[in-house]
Design a protein around this ligand. Structure first.
Ligand code: ANZ
Ligand code: ZN
Length: 828
């Protein structure tokens, strides 16, 4: 026992040690698929096993657990599963460093985190535990890949990857720091490789549309981030004939109405098109330029404040409406894989085009006269708004942007040189990684038969056992160098063939784990559709906002595909979502370099699990950041001790089930307080206002203390009721203290599965207050009203009162001043 424990009399660590094994035996949170009770699925994002749990894990699981435990208390059958997203690069890097197997690092960390989660008292159903790096799991990830491929949703295409010329290896985006290799500092270049993609773009419109429904229950910022990521825009395709090229070059534009002002064209310098149309004289200049820009990221390339660069391709194009010959340039500000990779430049009305025109002295023609704006022909500022069309042939005279767009699209369609179209920013999902520690892609490449899937009955296709030395970069992906593994006979023709040597992005693993949790041990299928359809969609998904886009979008995409396969009866996996803030310290994000990290283990040994959990949940609204330096876990511990003491003081006998209002001779105000706290707690938890719920419990603890010491006394049934409700509500955040209280109150272990008390409805009827109605300062009526009546209701009630009507006698009411619930003042 530490000194602190002795001081307060409540043995925090002894209590933890006492209940942990008891809970393990009781197995309180095992979700029963066959239960007749209504089901709730509480999901929280599963972690990557890097070291032990940290403050962030503690926060998110503590918040999440409030909801899961609340549902149990309310009588639902709750599934609250947990597992590990256990493939990925850090394990591979650690293995290289220590010449070990990535599995050693991975599974050792998983065990550490598992023990910590248990000790942290989260109500996980551990019978559903899974690890995405287990062959029992990834067998089905491979199965899904093959099913997607059969539906035309997984395909291969050449595309550039980050390449370190020194290490001779492909780098993940996160291994490229400021354009340099994270390991050796060499300049990273791009290299074309055949890569696997999931065709998520096929679902772009549905992924966007369904956000309208989700916006009711998902955080706004997540919905907005997804909308922006999908990036739907309406515009037009316009065909430009380029000299020396039989088929026209199509551009994508959101402003086809500015076509009369298109004074040059720009194509993405690194797209095949540029090399196809460039004149012989300009080819060397283009090649040199492409070499130079390969290093820049897309974000840099699109930045408006970046100096423009480019190369004249030495050819002209014909503006389809003016017939003018306009120059064609190549630049990096046009992206190869957006729209068509070619644009019509309208410098007067697009800032990037104007910057480019000024830099290379290209013509600028205003075609929209934007009211109040300077003519961009004479400035450095493009005008982007609507206005009267000028220099625009048949559009001249129109003043409305929508009308202009409509008119030009009609004109282009009639001439056969363009059409209205919809464009999405969303790209297909590049899922292949040239790494070892991931799911092997179950494809065999045969010189005769081409791409051949690994037969379903040969899944899982397991990873070969490679260790640190084999994982070092050697110019190919580690699997390509594992010759025993990579060389196989073709399943179709029996000839010599090679396995695909890439592994899958770990986002693939996490795109369906919530389905697997429903039938985690099924070895005949990825999941049991009947069981999944009974549990899902998840009723809540708690996790970090950093997953607002990719993970959530991918999981939604998988769900839609599986619904189209007839396996799921729903098309959205997560009905509601809650994002927690960050735990920070002294105003800053915790980081190694700042040395301001807060160690979870140290906090737990100093204050105990419950005080840390309580502090995290009580800190504020779940979405807000928590500055640990401003928190008081010792204050939390003091409060828990106060609550715990109550349970020791209660002297009336235990009865079950608890009914608030169950015994006679009780302290009625305390009883009402308990009833209201219970009612409000439900509403507060359901509204994710956990901190307010705790504040209400604190008030109830104070009221109960007062009743024991200077009121009804410890034997009063209302004191027991209040204390039992405190224990139950505390079990949502401080399970050890709550369990200990429950035992002291004379109950068998398992407060977390107690049933939510019945409340005598009479206790919830609010006492009425008297409102005075004055006319010209004279009291004319007294009304009995509820203490929480709104101003509007009180005013209406006053004006309808018989005495008031009589006193007004048809006079004109000039002003009504309302101070709910006590006063209405009428001026005539
Ligand atoms: C002419 C024009 C005139 C444009 C004007 C804008 C304003 P969003 O809304 O993002 O879809 N664009 C098209 N393809 C591009 C590419 N591959 N790389 C860079 N820019 C590209 O934007 C579409 C607009 O971005 C298009 O409309 C095009 O410029 C540019 F007054 O065409 B616009
Ligand atoms: Zn073959």
């Amino acid at each position: 026992m530490s000194e602190r424990d002795e001081q307060v009399g409540y043995d925090v660590h002894g209590t933890e040690a006492k209940w942990l094994p008891v809970w393990q035996d009781l197995d309180l949170f095992r979700a029963d698929d066959a239960s007749p009770r209504e089901k709730k699925y509480a999901l929280t994002m599963f972690p990557y096993p890097s070291g032990d749990l940290h403050m962030g894990h503690a926060e998110v699981t503590a918040l999440h657990d409030v909801i899961a435990r609340y549902w149990w208390l309310r009588g639902f059958e709750v599934m609250n599963p947990m597992g590990w997203d256990s493939f990925g690069l850090p394990a591979e890097n650690a293995a290289i460093k220590n010449d070990a197997h990535p599995a050693e690092y991975t599974y050792a960390n998983i065990e550490t985190q598992f023990e910590s989660f248990k000790k942290f008292g989260i109500s996980f159903d551990w019978s559903r535990r899974l690890h995405t790096s287990d062959p029992e799991y990834y067998r089905w990830t491979q199965w899904l890949f093959l099913k997607f491929r059969e539906r035309g949703l997984a395909y291969q295409k050449f595309s550039p990857v980050n390449w370190c010329p020194n290490d001779q290896t492909v780098l993940a985006n996160e291994q490229v720091v400021d354009g340099k290799c994270e390991r050796c500092g060499a300049e990273v270049t791009k290299r074309e490789l055949n890569q696997w993609y999931f065709k998520i773009t096929e679902y772009a419109q549905e992924l966007l549309d369904d956000l309208d429904v989700l916006s009711a229950t998902w955080p706004d910022r997540v919905v907005t981030a997804q909308r922006n990521w999908i990036g739907r825009s309406e515009g037009a395709h316009v065909d430009f004939v380029v000299e020396g090229r039989p088929e026209p070059v199509t551009v994508y534009t959101t402003r086809p109405d500015t076509l009369y002002g298109a004074t040059f064209m720009v194509v993405a310098a690194d797209a095949a098109l540029a090399a196809e149309i460039v004149s012989d004289a300009q080819r060397p200049a283009l090649e040199a330029y492409v070499e130079e820009i390969r290093k820049a990221s897309d974000i840099d390339r699109l930045a408006t404040d970046r100096p423009k660069s480019g190369v004249d391709l030495g050819v002209t194009a014909t503006n389809p409406v003016t017939g003018e010959q306009i120059p064609v340039w190549a630049s990096d500000y046009v992206l190869a894989d957006y729209g068509t990779g070619a644009i019509m430049a309208v410098p007067a009305h697009d800032q990037r085009d104007l910057d480019f025109a000024r830099k290379f002295d290209l013509p600028v023609r205003r075609v929209v006269d934007v009211p109040g704006a300077d003519n961009p022909e004479e400035t450095y500022e493009a005008t982007t708004g609507g206005g009267a069309y000028v220099n625009s042939g048949p559009l001249d005279g129109l003043t409305d942007k929508a009308a202009g767009i409509h008119a030009i699209i009609e004109q282009l369609a009639a001439a056969g040189t363009g059409e209205g179209t919809v464009n999405f920013r969303l790209r297909d999902w590049l899922l292949s990684r040239q790494r070892y520690w991931g799911v092997p892609i179950p494809i065999i490449h045969c010189p005769t038969c081409g791409e051949v899937p690994v037969p379903y009955d040969q899944l899982p296709l397991e990873l070969p056992e490679l260790k640190g030395a084999d994982l070092k970069p050697k110019g190919t992906s580690p699997l390509a160098a594992a010759s025993d593994w990579v060389n196989v006979d073709c399943p179709e023709c029996g000839g010599a063939a090679k396995r695909d040597s890439d592994t899958m992005d770990t986002f693939v693993d996490s795109s369906w784990y919530f389905l697997r949790f429903c039938s985690p041990n099924d070895d005949t299928q990825a999941f049991d559709p009947a069981v999944v359809n009974a549990w899902m969609p998840c009723d809540i998904y708690v996790g970090g906002v950093e997953h607002a886009v990719l993970h959530l979008l991918y999981a939604r995409f998988f769900t839609k595909v599986l619904a189209d396969m007839g396996l799921l009866e729903f098309r959205e996996p997560f009905a509601a979502q809650l994002n927690q803030g960050f735990v920070i310290n002294q105003g800053k994000k915790m980081s190694k370099s700042l040395g301001n990290g807060v160690n979870l283990g140290e906090q737990l040994s100093e204050f105990g699990v419950d005080a840390v959990r309580l502090t995290l949940v009580f800190a504020g609204p779940p979405e807000d950041d928590i500055d640990w330096a401003e928190m008081s876990p010792s204050g939390s511990l003091k409060f828990l001790t106060r609550a715990w003491r109550l349970a020791g003081d209660v002297t009336s006998p235990a009865g079950t089930p608890l009914v608030i209002g169950g015994g006679d001779g009780a302290d009625v105000p305390l009883r009402k307080h308990t009833a209201r706290t219970l009612r409000d707690a439900a509403e507060l938890v359901e509204g994710y206002r956990f901190n307010v719920m705790i504040a209400r419990v604190m008030e109830l603890v104070n009221a109960t203390r007062k009743a024991i010491d200077s009121g009804a006394g410890p034997a009063d049934p209302a004191v027991r009721e209040a204390t039992e409700v405190v224990a139950m509500l505390l079990s949502l955040v401080a399970p050890y203290t709550a369990e200990e209280m429950w035992e002291r109150l004379g109950h068998p272990a398992g407060v977390a599965r107690a049933s939510w008390p019945e409340v005598d409805p009479a206790l919830l009827v609010e006492d009425a207050v008297t409102a005075v109605v004055q006319i010209q300062g004279k009291v004319r009526a007294r009304l009995e009203v509820s203490p929480d009546i709104s101003e509007a209701d009180l005013e209406a009630l006053a004006l309808a009162d018989d005495n008031v009507v009589r006193a007004l006698a048809g006079g004109e009411v000039r002003k009504v001043i309302v101070r709910a619930p006590k006063l209405v003042n009428i001026v005539v």
